[in-house]
Design a protein. Structure first.
Length: 170
């Protein structure tokens, strides 16, 4: 399985990186960082520049199975909703939608504006998963790390990735 995780903006970038790092070794993984995210994060293996629209995830023939955009800025959400593919993140998302693969967006705004909600509703109708980082208290988290593991685990559930990151409902 090939999975792309794109990190946009700065708020919540660590959650996207943590999700990337927690993907099982059996997953072929790629990390896309926007310019702002790259400023604060060190380069790691398989990190792709958001300006490099010629990279593999920009093509349907590359065979990406799923993509997560976390955090997903409202700018990126809007671009994906209206089909603007001006960087690797939005181009890869466009490819995922046209290939009818799994795309998960984790918007990070609070509260959501009516415009953002309209974009989310449109994308949801296209089978895009809208999954903001929302806590489930039934997992009984004892730390921020456990809260983050719950959120990442829920995202992995939605992508069909096996894990043991949180205590499931009994």
């Amino acid at each position: 399985m090939k999975v792309v995780i794109a990190v946009t903006g700065a708020s919540g970038a660590q959650l996207g990186l943590k999700a990337y790092k927690k993907l099982p070794p059996s997953i072929q993984k790629y990390l896309i960082l926007t310019k702002n995210a790259r400023v604060v994060l060190e380069k790691e293996e398989n990190i792709l520049s958001d300006e490099a629209i010629w990279e593999g995830p920009a093509s349907g023939s590359y065979g990406v199975d799923a993509m997560m955009v976390t955090p997903c800025s409202m700018n990126t959400l809007a671009k994906i909703a209206v089909g603007i593919a001006d960087n690797l993140t939005t181009r890869a998302a466009s490819v995922i939608i046209k290939e009818r693969k799994t795309l998960l967006l984790a918007p990070r705004e609070l509260p959501f504006s009516p415009i953002a909600l309209e974009h989310m509703a449109k994308l949801s109708q296209l089978n895009v998963i809208i999954a903001p980082p929302v806590l489930g208290y039934y997992s009984d988290p004892k730390s921020i790390e456990e809260m983050e593991d719950f959120i990442i685990g829920k995202w992995f559930d939605l992508l069909g990735i096996e894990h043991n990151l949180y205590k499931r409902w009994q």
